[in-house]
Write a new protein. Structure first.
Length: 623
């Protein structure tokens, strides 16, 4: 049963904070118009020259959300629903963007695609990732297969990790202690512990970064039951990055990381085969190594991103399974800048994916691609390109994009109209072809067509507004019935997104977004038709910060595995609070966060426990 949120009180608080902040209106100038985006073209472009509404999560925003994980932060953005992020810590995550599925979202870490070939959706498991290693995140929605290849059909989440400090030695330590309880609990016992430490620096031409993180969460049961037991989650992260600058023209960087998680889970034991408290476990280990040499010449650069990853997973239950997977990715590309108006990138992307089922299975992609950006002084901007996807099992498929925009200068900013027409190709994953459950060697690839158009207004007075309409057609959608198969009818999704950012002064920032997603044809689970987020941030001073965030998620359909019937889940609203204060010349930061402030009682995933009101206390030390 949902509890009503006192929205009126929240708005009154927000209005009073804005009013008080007007006293500091002229503290500093607003530089909103100078924001640089990269992911939609792979060149550094001003936002006004980009043909997309790129979502950028800055380092400052990450620091203002310390205590959360990466899925919780991304889930506040328009067009995105990361299902499972509000449930018990070890809950599987589903990435639903613009009505698409998890397998249609591509995740990059420092420009390199990451995934798990043994998983049904071939996705990268964000539960493995430590948000404290991140410098920034860019999210582009819509088909981006021209630049990023297979699976980039509904979104690309591009994660950039922290770089080494220019000092010889720098360090950082963060620790968070929090509760982890459901709506029925009010003990506020410490059950969540997060620690992260890093050392980095630069000595002459050599730079380095090493970090270690651990997160342990206890206190909740995965299955919602009358007598729940505790299902603990434990994760370790280690990361090393090294770089050497041989000259102004040539540098090289390398990395190695090891991530491990263990979580208790609940399963479907015989003879009832319904969700129950069990002693099941899930283990996942990932090792990644890579190297990136870069040669810079007069009008451009040549770069190679190469990485190898190995993943070992085990699900321990009445139906224990083990999975081993390997990925090898090489992306070699040449960027050339003809002048301030014309940019090109040409590359060759090679990927090889392997996974062990009854036998070791694999496939490769070898994709040449070309993309060009034209920025006219008259306001016309064009981003266009093509990729020839050469799949070892499914042959060659051409994908392409055309992304024009027109920017008109205003007396204090600009207004931009933009559109996009793009295709994508998604081959069946190894698990769908050869896996343990429902494998089908006769599956056909999915093909997607995405169209969108919209407007963006950005002013020097700290106001940015954008709105866009999107429409997506899917052919050969892969679904699961008694096994994996291609849907006999095309799926069609349409909707619109609205985003707003208002800075009445440098002390106050108001953000809001709303997404409407309509499934015209096809079936989608756990997809809200309406979703909205709003946030009010206030800097009391240079050292003191507070924020209030609200999220509304509409009703959606899920499967009740006790009856194997689809049911409608009620809508819900969540409110979060955050406060931080810096001491000792900004070297020490203390912070507190309260999530689900009004202890909303709701269901995110049918049969599973959701989080109630919880509190996090933390400190961050920079040396």
């Amino acid at each position: 049963m949902n509890k009503k949120t006192n929205v009126f009180g929240i708005l009154c608080l927000g209005i009073s904070m804005v009013g008080f902040a007007q006293q500091n209106k002229d503290v500093a100038t607003i530089e909103q118009l100078d924001e640089i985006v990269i992911s939609d073209s792979r060149f550094e472009l001003k936002r006004e020259h980009s043909g997309k509404t790129v979502i950028k999560i800055s380092r400052q925003e990450i620091e203002n959300n310390q205590g959360k994980n990466i899925a919780e932060l991304i889930n506040t953005k328009s067009g995105i629903e990361i299902n499972g992020s509000r449930s018990v810590e070890g809950q599987n995550l589903g990435y639903y963007v613009r009505g698409g599925s998890t397998r249609q979202v591509l995740i990059l870490i420092d420009g390199i695609a990451v995934n798990d070939p043994s998983l049904v959706s071939n996705e990268f498991d964000l539960r493995l990732f430590d948000l404290n290693t991140v410098e920034s995140i860019e999210i582009i929605k819509g088909a981006a297969s021209t630049l990023y290849g297979n699976a980039a059909a509904t979104a690309v989440i591009s994660i950039t990790t922290k770089k080494a400090s220019s000092n010889t030695v720098s360090g950082n330590f963060m620790s968070v202690i929090g509760t982890n309880q459901s709506q029925d609990d009010s003990d506020y016992n410490p059950s969540s512990f997060t620690n992260h430490v890093s050392v980095n620096g630069t000595a002459n031409k050599f730079n380095y970064l090493a970090s270690f993180g651990n997160r342990f969460v206890d206190g909740l049961s995965a299955a919602k039951s009358d007598n729940p037991e505790k299902d603990a989650f434990n994760r370790f992260n280690t990361n090393v990055k090294l770089g050497y600058t041989f000259s102004d023209a040539f540098d090289i960087s390398a990395f190695a990381s090891y991530d491990k998680l263990k979580t208790d889970i609940d399963g479907f034991p015989a003879p009832s085969y319904t969700l129950a408290d069990t002693d099941d476990e899930y283990h996942s280990e990932q090792t990644r190594v890579g190297v990136s040499p870069k040669l810079t010449y007069a009008n451009g650069s040549i770069q190679v991103n190469a990485a190898y990853s190995k993943i070992d997973r085990e699900s321990i239950s009445d139906y224990t399974t083990t999975n081993e997977a390997e990925s090898f990715v090489v992306d070699a590309f040449n960027k050339y800048v003809f002048n301030e108006m014309f940019y090109t990138i040409a590359g060759l992307n090679y990927t090889e994916y392997k996974s062990l089922f009854a036998d070791e299975e694999s496939y490769t992609n070898t994709d040449p691609y070309l993309n060009a950006v034209y920025v006219s002084p008259l306001g016309l901007n064009i981003n266009a390109g093509a990729r020839l996807n050469n799949h070892s099992e499914y042959g060659s498929h051409l994908v392409y994009n055309l992304n024009p925009s027109f920017t008109m200068s205003l007396s204090e900013g600009y207004v931009k109209a933009f559109g996009s027409y793009a295709t994508s190709f998604i081959a069946p994953n190894l698990s769908q072809l050869f896996g343990y459950y429902g494998a089908n060697l006769d599956l056909e690839p999915e093909e997607n067509l995405t169209m969108e158009g919209g407007l963006e207004i950005n002013t020097e007075k700290g106001v940015r507004l954008s709105a866009l309409y999107f429409h997506r057609d899917e052919e050969n959608t892969i679904i699961y019935t008694t096994g994996y198969e291609n849907a006999t009818t095309d799926a069609k999704v349409q909707g619109f997104e609205v985003e707003a950012e208002v800075k009445p002064c440098n002390a106050v920032v108001f953000t809001a977004n709303y997404t409407f997603t309509e499934l015209i044809d096809g079936t989608r689970l756990r997809l809200p038709k309406h979703k909205a987020n709003a946030g009010l941030a206030y800097n009391f001073s240079a050292n003191t910060y507070a924020s209030l965030n609200y999220q509304f998620v509409d009703s959606r359909m899920d499967t009740d595995f006790s009856t194997y019937q689809n049911v409608d889940l009620d809508s819900f609203s969540l409110v979060d609070l955050y406060f931080s204060h810096k001491l000792l010349e900004n070297r020490l930061k203390l912070f507190v966060g309260v999530t689900n402030l009004f202890n909303e009682d709701y269901i995110e995933v049918m049969g599973y426990t959701t989080k109630g009101r919880n509190v996090n206390l933390g400190l961050n030390i920079n040396l």
